[in-house]
Design a protein around this ligand. Structure first.
Ligand code: UT7
Length: 346
């Protein structure tokens, strides 16, 4: 059983900025993981009937073979709720233990209320909740915010969810983007535990976040909620984003290992954002990881933005590849540009 921080800890033991209290480090333990994928699967061949593309082009340039596309009832909030329920069941936790819900999404069903409070109502949780917008880096950002809240003693249990329906913001006539994305949701339940402040602790060991708004026009949505004449489609300068992804993700994995004084060989698994197999392979090679230590779902899920990391994590956790005690490095880059990493001992 994970050690729960005592009820009186936040008020009676002052928590330093680092999360240390009386020589004990508060750690955010990944207690449960869950996912949801829409029922409908769309193959490359099916897309080739709509736009001028081919299965060969899509597979060779991206590694994608198929994607799941949400039906009308598979809303962002619905998928987020299903993933949240699965994560709580995996953790063996009742909704009453959820202190906060953070949903990373760029495709909420409504401007407000947030997807998070829709999930809260659906599962019957208390506490508070909000959505977070950082595009494909959203899950890393949400993990970082949740970790800070737990270390500050503000909450003891946080549902962190990545949920996206990019099919609703696709220009289905643009072959440069419509073949790349899919829908889905993934969730983790983070529970406050303790450690001794070393890299041997279980839980989130570090997160690093970055953004550079000067690159905002490289990947964006050309419309807005409240503009029925122009609800917005995703626009991307794919090759520019690719170039930046290779460089910035490389830097961010180096940064994560250095911050933890950890050699590359200490990483058991890379669970990267799933945008392009060529980017994923490049980061895996940089870390010296054999391909079987890199979790890949882009072939079946395509790019599900903020949902891609928890979907991949869920798959490799539930099929028994990732084991308790192993070190998992997650990284993502997306619109903003935003990018970052989370290093976790499971
Ligand atoms: O998750 C957020 C972060 N996103 C990413 O990390 C995505 C990063 N970018 C990429 O993954 C790649 O840049 C893409 C997969 C989007 C594109 O691959 P690329 O090798 O960079 O191709 P390109 O954009 O340079 O286009 C090469 C050619 C162009 O034709 P011309 O101008 O050379 O005649 C495109 O028009 O491929 C053409 N093309 C296509 N052809 C067939 C673009 N899309 C398609 C398509 N089918 N679907």
């Amino acid at each position: 059983m994970d050690q729960i921080v005592p009820e009186q800890a936040p008020s009676q033991q002052p928590v330093e900025q680092s999360g240390m209290a009386n020589g004990v480090m508060i750690r955010s333990i990944l207690a449960g993981i869950g996912a949801y994928l829409p029922k409908r699967v769309v193959s490359n061949e099916e897309l080739a009937e709509r736009v001028e593309t081919s299965d060969v082009w899509i597979r060779e340039r991206t590694g994608i073979r198929q994607r799941h596309i949400a039906g009308p009832d598979e809303t962002c909030a619905f998928m987020a709720t299903e993933a949240a329920r699965a994560a709580l069941a995996d953790a063996g936790v009742a909704p009453a233990e959820v202190g906060a819900i953070i949903v990373a999404t760029a495709t909420p069903d409504q401007a407000f209320p947030s997807t998070a409070v829709r999930v809260q109502a659906a599962i019957g949780a208390g506490g508070f909740g909000f959505d977070l917008s950082a595009a494909c880096s959203g899950f890393i950002y949400a993990m970082s915010v949740a970790d800070s809240m737990i270390k500050a003693g503000q909450v003891k249990g946080v549902l962190v969810i990545g949920a996206e329906v990019y099919s609703r913001i696709m220009n289905w006539e643009d072959r440069g983007t419509c073949v790349l994305f899919g829908d889905g949701a993934g969730a983790v339940f983070l529970r406050a535990g303790t450690g001794d402040g070393t890299a041997a602790d279980r839980g989130i060991l570090s997160t690093h976040l970055h953004a550079n708004g000067n690159y905002g026009d490289m990947l964006y949505v050309d419309g807005a909620v409240g503009r029925p004449d122009r609800p917005g489609h995703l626009v991307m300068q794919g090759n520019q984003v690719f170039r930046h992804a290779v460089t910035l993700l490389s830097e961010t994995v180096t940064e994560a290992l250095a911050a933890n004084d950890m050699p590359q060989s200490a990483v058991d698994w890379l669970v990267p954002h799933q945008a392009n197999l060529r980017i994923i392979d490049g980061i895996g090679r940089k870390l010296g990881l054999p391909p079987e230590r890199v979790v890949v779902t882009v072939d079946r899920h395509a790019n599900t933005s903020a949902a891609s990391i928890p979907l991949a994590l869920s798959e490799a956790w539930h099929d028994g590849r990732i084991q308790r005690g192993q070190v998992v490095l997650m990284e993502a880059l997306g619109g903003g540009l935003t990018w970052g990493s989370a290093l976790v001992r499971m």
